[in-house]
Design a protein around this ligand. Structure first.
Ligand code: TSB
Ligand code: ZN
Length: 583
């Protein structure tokens, strides 16, 4: 997808188109007041105050029409430099623009751009005439709080895109349509993976039976891998006291991302946003010798985070999530090895899921920023060079992001691109030199002295929520056999002659733990087959006379028109192998 903000030609074009849109709005709603109309990665938008008016589809159509008129009229876009006083006078009726002007630095060169009867305060750049904005489309509209703050007035926001040619616009609209089809929110609904309900709350999805199967498979899968790597799994409560989070530092540094505290008797609790503090206490429950390290404490742990209401999105960004979390307690000489194991596990998992479109981002500190980063040059230098050398050793491609490290240490994130919206982080591995100190953790070294361990925070799936969203989009809902809620659907061609055999088959497959359903509705087999395709069932068994007479199984794979006929044993071997290979 194009990034409008970074495209040298599309950026000014979309900027001008935002002005044309504002002009059209002003023609239709003369009292409209305007806040900001920037170019963003996905095109442009403009936020405006239309009084009590809430926009409808019809309004958007009317605005589009008016824009076309303005564009046809073809006025030039004229730039003008003005003084602060002139600007304040020019926009005296628009409190939003006055707010912008008042917040500008004294030395700002204030400019405005005029086309016909419309002038906007703006830094530019713009195209020459509004004529160039011919190939545009208003994409969507929504409410948006002024300055993104829920305490402020809700403004109306309209999003759009603009291109240089009709062909580019049409291609883009088609891509958007395809992305919508691939959006996990649509697939999740179509396949009954999850639902949401106002009575439960924003960003709090409910996993339906089909989704619960997928999640359980993911849990079993990663649990096995982690256990083989020596992880010990725990269960800890999804609340902690305020004091716990004061000890960890989250109370001071992470509070804006947390749900507010609640009082129970004399204790003050918060819903936990992270599991690290609990795991620190688990480690501290015993005295440890250097020989025991690394100690790897894992948990499928529920966390709550206050995500902005405009940011929550399906399963991808939620307020109640379950992390595939672990904290690895290591000695300084074990950092490299342990980090390598985590990266190898990430690669291994991505390979099993066939995930190819991702980027590793190594987040390092900005040496000049002594405020943001915990001050220990030797520690940082050593840690960063260790992480780098492990990545090079593994031949992993990555990019470095200076100034993106956490306060407590460098980290490695895996970035992926969802069908709709900006990139998100899936896996993460974060080095931490501070938290073990805050909790006074120690191990006894070979000289009998107390030392402080170092912690690696890591989540391979990130959260089950986000990972499921991602995998639904990657597969367009056609999940691999081992993950699919229903693996096999059996269709007897004619119940009178084939149902007994089909039922027998069904019982045998269920006993072997294959997720099987029997569709013996009195509908034509073609109709039932089409439905199996719509629900993206990986394997459909078609049982007719030949199968009954010769004790055979005929099957069709999702996405294929071909029917294969084999013996029951051959069929079981085939699916068993496919599941083993995560195919
Ligand atoms: C890895 N303490 C560490 C942990 O030990 C931690 O919490 N790291 S995190 O903040 O980066 O979160 C871990 C992962 O959770 C992220 O990599 C991301 O994949 C996922 N995640 C974060 N916020 C959300 C959210 N709102 N919805 C869904 N998943 C999320
Ligand atoms: Zn953690």
């Amino acid at each position: 997808m194009i990034n409008f903000k970074e495209d040298k030609e599309l950026m000014p074009l979309n900027h001008s188109c935002a002005h044309v849109m504002a002009q059209a709005v002003k023609h239709l709603f003369p009292n409209a007041k305007f806040w900001v109309g920037p170019v963003i990665e996905e095109g442009f938008y403009y936020d405006m105050d239309l009084g009590d008016k809430v926009l409808s589809e019809e309004d958007i159509d009317a605005i589009s029409k008016e824009m076309k008129k303005i564009i046809k009229d073809g006025k030039r876009i004229v730039r003008q430099e003005i003084t602060r006083e002139e600007a304040l006078a020019m926009f005296k009726d628009d409190p939003y623009k006055i707010d912008l002007i008042n917040n500008m630095d004294d030395d700002t060169n204030i400019t405005c751009y005029t086309q016909g009867d419309y002038t906007d305060l703006c830094r530019g750049p713009h195209v020459e005439t509004v004529k160039e904005c011919k190939y545009f489309k208003l994409i969507k509209f929504s409410g948006a709080y002024w300055k993104g703050d829920a305490k402020n007035k809700m403004l109306q926001r309209i999003y759009g895109v603009c291109f240089k040619t009709e062909e580019d616009l049409n291609n883009h609209l088609q891509e958007l349509e395809e992305a919508k089809e691939r959006d996990h929110r649509k697939i999740g609904k179509d396949l009954d993976i999850f639902m949401t309900h106002d009575l439960v709350g924003k960003g709090m999805p409910l996993w339906l039976p089909n989704g619960a199967i997928v999640r359980k498979q993911l849990e079993n899968y990663i649990y096995e891998k982690e256990r083989k790597m020596g992880y010990k799994h725990v269960y800890t409560p999804c609340v902690g006291t305020v004091d716990l989070y004061k000890t960890s530092g989250h109370w001071d540094h992470y509070q804006e991302n947390m749900f507010p505290k609640m009082q129970v008797d004399e204790e003050e609790f918060v819903l936990r946003p992270m599991n690290c503090p609990h795991h620190m206490l688990v480690y501290g429950n015993d005295i440890h010798s250097y020989k025991e390290l690394p100690i790897r404490i894992g948990e499928f742990a529920t966390d709550f985070r206050y995500e902005a209401s405009g940011a929550v999105k399906g399963l991808e960004r939620v307020r109640c999530m379950c992390q595939n979390d672990a904290h690895l307690f290591v000695r300084p000489d074990q950092i490299g090895d342990e980090f390598k194991k985590v990266v190898s596990l990430i690669l291994d998992v991505y390979h099993d899921f066939g995930i190819k479109n991702y980027k590793f981002r190594l987040s390092l500190r900005d040496k000049a920023d002594k405020e943001k980063y915990f001050d220990d040059d030797d520690m940082w230098n050593e840690a960063e060079s260790k992480l780098r050398s492990v990545l090079n050793e593994l031949g992993v491609e990555y990019f470095e992001a200076i100034g993106e490290a956490a306060f407590y240490g460098p980290k490695l994130d895996v970035e992926v691109k969802p069908a709709v919206g900006p990139e998100v982080t899936l896996s993460t591995c974060q080095l931490d030199f501070l938290l073990p100190r805050r909790f006074n953790l120690s191990y006894i070294d070979s000289n009998g002295e107390k030392q402080t361990p170092i912690v690696l925070h890591r989540a391979i799936f990130g959260t089950f929520d986000r990972f499921t969203a991602f995998i639904l989009e990657e597969t367009k809902g056609a999940l691999p056999l081992w993950l699919s809620p229903t693996q096999i659907k059996i269709l007897p061609v004619n119940n009178e002659y084939h149902l007994d055999y089909a039922t027998d088959l069904y019982n045998k497959l269920i006993n072997l733990d294959f997720r099987t359903t029997l569709d013996s509705r009195e509908e034509k087999v073609g109709y039932r087959m089409r439905e199996a395709v719509i629900t993206k069932t990986p394997i459909t068994l078609i049982i007719g006379q030949n199968e009954v007479d010769n004790n055979l199984v005929s099957y069709r794979l999702y996405g294929s028109e071909e029917t294969k006929t084999v013996t029951y044993d051959e069929f079981v071997t085939y699916i068993t192998n496919r599941i083993k290979e995560y195919k």
